[in-house]
Design a protein around this ligand. Structure first.
Ligand code: C5P
Length: 235
């Protein structure tokens, strides 16, 4: 079975990113390239990671009109990323345009389309922050609403908090992939993550893959830290 670990390359230099990715490649399923690394190192870092044989999760959280998002997804598909993100609050048409663009672009290239993952409510937002946006239903209800919309727009997966896994699994089609950050072992520093679960707990609660950054990248030996997490998943 492929590794369920996705390591977040939250660094700004391409050299650091490549060095982490190559040491971790044998034990992680993919690496996540987010806004910081992409904005400082550009699409070339994705090409270099792909050339090194590493699967890439491009986490740029697209949110724009459907045509623009479709073109951004086409560009990401040409970069041969394996997963990418968009904001489900961009609406049904935007999500459908993204999925169609990934499929059509990959078909033209003869490649596999990236898995388009939706972000529902950012975990940095609480009920009060949502109310300020005119969304009074509360985080839990709003997450479920956007997740249902994503499923009906045929999005293949979502990024969610580990604490949302059970409620989402109960309402979503079983084929929906759920990818979760916020993973910490009891002995890890939580950093700015407030609501965490261990890797094993999150997989048991229904996650398909886990995004982990600092517990691996900031460890004295990142490869050993990733292996320790994998060992914690053994029966
Ligand atoms: O270092 P840490 O394990 O907290 O990194 C988690 C990664 O997942 C970071 O790249 C962070 O931006 C991302 N993320 C998150 N919470 C979300 C969505 C993404 O922590 N709700």
């Amino acid at each position: 079975m492929p590794s369920p670990l996705i390591v977040a390359l939250d660094v700004s230099s391409p050299e650091q990113a490549l060095s982490l990715a190559t040491q971790l490649a044998p034990v992680v399923g993919a690496v996540k390239v987010g806004s910081e690394l992409f904005t400082s190192a550009g699409p070339d870092i994705v090409r270099r990671l792909r050339d090194a044989g590493v699967s890439v999760f491009l986490d740029l959280k697209f949110h724009d009109i459907p045509t623009t998002v479709a073109k951004a997804v086409a560009a990401a598909t040409r970069l041969d990323v394996q997963m990418l993100t968009l904001h489900t609050s961009g609406g049904r048409q935007m999500m459908q345009a993204a999925v169609a663009s990934a499929g059509e672009t990959a078909a033209r290239l003869g490649t596999t389309p990236p898995v388009v993952l939706g972000v529902t409510v950012l975990t940095s937002l609480d009920d009060q922050a949502l109310a300020e946006l005119g969304l009074g239903a509360g985080v839990g209800r709003h997450v479920e609403r956007l997740a249902g919309l994503a499923a009906s727009a045929q999005l293949p997966g979502l990024v969610c908090s580990p604490l949302e896994l059970r409620a989402l699994r109960a309402i979503l089609p079983p084929t929906m992939q759920l990818i979760t950050p916020g993973i910490r072992a009891a002995e890890d520093a939580p950093g700015d993550q407030k609501r965490t679960m261990s890797a094993r707990e999150a997989l048991t609660a229904g996650a398909n893959a886990l995004v982990i950054g600092r517990p691996i990248c900031a460890a004295p030996n990142p490869r050993a830290a990733a292996e320790k997490i994998l060992e914690s998943l053994l029966p």
